[in-house]
Design a protein around this ligand. Structure first.
Ligand code: FMN
Length: 190
């Protein structure tokens, strides 16, 4: 079984919804399964996570990794970064090298940092030696979206109150990204 770790931080639930769609995309590939995990938060008002917390062993067990975060000041949110900053052992051991990886995010404004957040999230994955996988324009939702979605990874425009639902294009790109990374993981394992 090929395992894809879908790791996210979410406070208001938008990133969590995207993560679940990513996991569905992974599961649509025969022989692939998603491991959905989150991280602890020490931000003010943090609630007890409803998802299992990620461990170093999860990272080792995964054949591919997809990380998701809200955009906070054009970057990933600190709870996710804090977890990544505990993974020096994995960088040193080379356990993540050669595995495919992707990124996704949600943001309340259309032009307030979706793409910078995605690019920033890729940097530690490149330090791990992972193979970054984006979304190709054969995914027609990339051409027609008037909200989220980019070739760097799926995004969701949550609007000012952060309560806008994912639309069809945004959903389709989450499913497609999960599926694509699962297929890549299978191919790279062969
Ligand atoms: C501290 C903080 C910083 C934020 N910075 C940005 C930002 O730079 N650009 C943006 O569009 N939205 C920003 N937002 C809005 C969140 O990205 C948005 O509400 C997101 O949908 C929350 O995701 P979640 O529902 O998974 O928690 C920020 C929110 C917070 C709390």
């Amino acid at each position: 079984m090929t395992k894809v770790l879908v790791l996210y931080y979410s406070k208001r639930g938008n990133t969590q919804k995207m993560a679940r769609l990513m996991a569905r995309g992974v599961g649509s590939v025969e022989g692939c399964e998603a491991m959905l995990r989150t991280v602890e938060s020490d931000l003010p008002g943090a609630e007890k996570p409803t998802e299992a917390l990620v461990t170093e062993q999860d990272m080792k067990d995964a054949d591919a990794l997809i990380i998701g975060s809200p955009s906070y000041f054009g970057n990933m949110a600190s709870p996710l970064k804090k977890f990544i900053d505990t993974t020096g052992n994995l960088w040193f051991s080379g356990d993540m090298e050669g595995k495919p990886a992707g990124v996704f995010c949600t943001a309340s404004s259309l032009h307030g940092g979706q793409e910078t957040t995605l690019i920033n999230m890729m940097i530690p994955l490149l330090h791990f030696g992972m193979v970054i996988v984006g979304l190709p324009y054969s995914e027609k939702s990339l051409l027609y979206t008037q909200s989220g979605g980019s070739p760097y990874g799926a995004t969701h425009w949550a609007d000012f109150e952060s309560n806008r639902s994912l639309d069809q294009n945004e959903k389709q790109l989450c499913l497609a990204q999960g599926k694509r990374i699962a297929q890549m993981a299978q191919q790279l394992k062969e």
